[in-house]
Design a protein around this ligand. Sequence first.
Ligand code: GAP
Length: 496
Amino acid sequence: MVAMKDLVAFCKRKGFVFPSSDIYGGLNGFFDYGPLGTELKRNVKNLWWKNMVQDREDIVGLDSAVILHPNVWRASGHVDGFSDPMVDCKVTKARYRADQVFYAPISVAGKLLGYICVTDGEERDADIAKKTKALLKAHNCSQEKPDEIHLKPLTEAKPEEFALIPSPATDKPGDLTPPREFNLMFQTQVGAVASEAGIAYLRPETAQGIFINFKNVVDSTRVKLPFGIAQIGKAFRNEITPRNFTFRSREFEQMEIEYFLPADETLWPNLHQKWIEERYQWHLSIGLREEFLSFDVHEKKDLAHYAKACTDIMFRYPFGVQELEGIAVRGNFDLTQHQSCSGKPLEYFDETLKTKYLPYVIEPSVGVDRTVLALLVSAYDEDEVNGEKRVVLRLKPKLAPIKAAVFPLVKNKPELVEKARGLFSRLQKRWYTAYDETGAVGRRYRRMDEIGTPWCVTVDFDSLDNDTYTLRDRDTTQQTRLSEAELITFFEKELQ
Ligand code: GAP
């Protein structure tokens, strides 16, 4: 698997993803997508929208505002409860999410020597070994074997333990502040005069925009339960420790569906399973590697009080197995809250049962940026062609930023250039196509392989005689001779 530092460097070098505000030193947790990243991201969103909305009869789309009435976030519980526990190192001022910091008592033959404390991440195991060794040495026990180490998140530390746990930055007990809740919503002001009354929030999820429009959609369309409302859009979270490139950022995009169904305990388990399977298959269909995908079925005790079930689709990123998509069954908590806080009836009239109720909802929610990152990890490959090393991005053609590149064999033969430019401009009308005449053809192939372009079309001297072109395949490097009509039929079939 590609190492994260290589992927980050590749993304910058090739124009997929840049650190945001790069020339000002960057802004932690924010990213800008470059020319190729923008295309890739757009292709992901378009495909999701096509598959989840346009190809189905039971899901409609929505595009709600980013800033909603602040009461939306009071009703949803975000104002009071959308927070992460935070601790600070008093000495270094480093800030941590308490559930991402781990501690363990270190003892030898049952005698406690002290505690170690490490942060989550690739270096965690190495850190545990290093800190344990240092503690043993400080107690003149270097030759002893420590008892089994049981690591726990800092959020589980008892108050009496807390004073003994060192800061992960200084390794000195007492240097950490006690955990306190930090609300992740970004605040802003609506209106010209800054006041308490003008406080508003950038949405931390797109989902609430869907719930508050539930009645509008039911009243303005012909949807009948079960049906879904889908939305793609930006979400903002003031993450305490944004990290792992775009995986945990402060501004990101979500693709969310709220799939409403009758409030019937017997119905949701089957539909939930169907959604889990459907979303898993979708991830496979866009080219995520099967061996990197898995599930995390949440235990009942870990669910929010209103949730009935939740399964995450997990992906093995270079920094570990992490959530890609959550598929939760949320009962009718959100609609109940909005109905009660707004005072507006939101019930659905069930014509079959001749009764009104607030439907249950299943919520498949996936991050665009995490999907793009998972695609890059799945597609990035290095191999050898004719004894020469190459980087190749094995993206599915549907997702590839550029679908085809047209080359004249050489650039100093006007008749070749003219023919190649003609072909290029006709293909460009249908698909995002590149034109390249610089350098040897082999080098031009490599440039296109590296950014995932599935096909290159070379215009050579035979093309002038018989109107055929060489089509070269990125993955197999095989070449075939095709006419323009055959090329177009081939692309149409492969890209449909
Ligand atoms: N409406 C439900 C919801 O927002 P979530 O698990 O908090 O649930 C859903 O977020 C998805 O959004 C996640 O599975 C992930 O793909 C993406 N996501 C969440 N926080 C993110 C962040 N800080 N950076 C990038 N993507 C994030």
